[in-house]
Design a protein around this ligand. Structure first.
Ligand SMILES: [Fe+2]
Length: 147
């Protein structure tokens, strides 16, 4: 899948344009590179390979949050359907979240004490959610779904 990747922090813009500034690290538009294969996707969604099962985010949306009771939607993302390793030589670097193709948050991961997973508490109740994870060896992978 095509995207504009920030050379500094590996953020990928998925709305078809390079932003004036990177929403993650602030780098200018000139730091962005148009890439035809910026993000890996499943070749055949009905028959995922082991590599795809280990990298495509498995995302769960929970409409009732226990932490913020006054209207909060939880998003739980784990990598992936088969758990990805978290070893110093092979791990998930970060998980980026978007609603309607606009960046909303990055969860940065380190391999020693964390599982390959992250969660957000959304004010937003509707929209198209995109979750992109970056593996230090196998690159970026995406999962998209409606809230
Ligand atoms: Fe990997």
């Amino acid at each position: 899948m095509k995207g504009y990747m920030c050379k500094i922090c590996k953020y990928i813009s998925i709305d078809g344009t390079a932003p004036a500034n990177c929403p993650v690290c602030g780098a200018p538009k000139t730091a962005f590179e148009e890439k035809e294969n910026a993000i890996n996707t499943a070749k055949d969604a009905a028959n995922l390979t082991e590599l795809e099962k280990k990298h495509i985010p498995a995302v769960k949306v929970i409409k009732t949050c226990g932490l913020i009771p006054d209207g909060c939607t939880d998003v739980h993302a784990k990598i992936g359907e088969i758990q990805h390793p978290m070893q110093p030589e092979h791990y998930i670097v970060h998980i980026d979240f978007y609603i309607d193709k606009k960046f909303i948050s990055r969860i940065v991961l380190t391999p020693e004490k964390l599982n390959p997973a992250g969660a957000l508490h959304l004010k937003a109740k509707v929209g198209r959610l995109s979750v992109i994870e970056l593996c230090n060896i196998h690159g970026a992978w995406i999962k998209e779904l409606d809230l």
